[in-house]
Design a protein around this ligand. Structure first.
Ligand code: HEC
Length: 225
């Protein structure tokens, strides 16, 4: 009985995530306790818990809805070295995760008016999926601050041309003109510059445990690497 709820939850996660993500982020979890209204899962460390919360909470919420258990709370805790579960840590499989720094955005001349207009449009049309303020990834919806030069170069084709329609990113041509899409890009570029400046400031040195996760992104690499 104990773990059957976790097994059912994993089955619903399988419907949403690919095998590599499941193995990387959910394979290492252990059931710490399973009570009537609370399932506590233990992850290898705080960074791991942070990534689960930041990137996988929407998928977990959806899986939980499918479980159809009213009032169930799913919590993640980190196994800390030296606590009573310390030994489990050593048995966990190695995780292939590299952390990449926020990349410098491509050169772009922006104006404050353009950025303000872009911010408004972003929050009207994009933030529901790409997160408010463009500060986080949301399940499989990317954090736009990490957009590569190639994505910036095909911005209009993606945002208005519908290049990614098959991947869950609709065309916004019906509501955005070309300068609107460019204004949103200007806003993203400024958000990226702002975050980079913050990450290079003294705060990063003073609060590494808070800012390391804001300034880098986990990148799951293939098993053979
Ligand atoms: C309904 C949810 C949704 C909304 C709303 C949405 N997007 Fe997306 N967007 C996605 C998803 C999902 C992807 C990832 C597609 C993939 O798998 O590559 C994506 C990808 C992108 C990418 C490519 C990023 C990359 O690194 O590959 C850009 C650029 C982008 N969106 C811009 C926007 C902009 C600008 C808006 C607002 C006008 C917007 N999106 C609104 C879901 C959404």
């Amino acid at each position: 009985m104990k773990s059957s709820r976790w097994n059912r939850l994993q089955a619903h996660l399988e419907e949403q995530l690919d095998r590599e993500e499941l193995d990387t982020w959910f394979g290492p979890l252990r059931v710490q306790s399973d009570e009537e209204h609370r399932l506590v899962l233990e992850a290898p460390n705080e960074h791991f818990v942070h990534t689960l919360e930041q990137s996988y909470r929407p998928a977990i919420d959806r899986a939980q809805e499918l479980l159809d258990e009213e009032g169930l709370e799913i919590l993640f805790v980190a196994t800390e070295e030296g606590d009573e579960h310390g030994e489990t840590k050593a048995e966990l499989p190695p995780i292939n995760v590299a952390y990449i720094d926020l990349p410098e955005p491509p050169a772009m001349t922006t104006t404050p008016e353009q950025v303000a207009a872009g911010e408004k449009l972003y929050h009207r049309y994009c933030s529901v999926c790409h997160s408010p303020g463009a500060t986080a990834a949301n399940g499989n919806v990317p954090d736009l601050r990490y957009s590569t030069a190639a994505v910036h170069a095909s911005w209009d084709a993606i945002v208005r041309g519908g290049a990614y329609t098959g991947k869950g990113m609709a065309s916004f041509a019906h509501v955005l003109e070309a300068p609107d899409a460019e204004a949103i890009r200007a806003y993203i570029v400024e958000q990226t510059r702002g975050t980079i400046a913050f990450c290079q400031s003294e705060y990063r040195k003073q609060y590494p445990e808070l800012l390391d996760t804001a300034c880098t992104r986990p990148l799951v690499t293939g098993a053979e690497e």
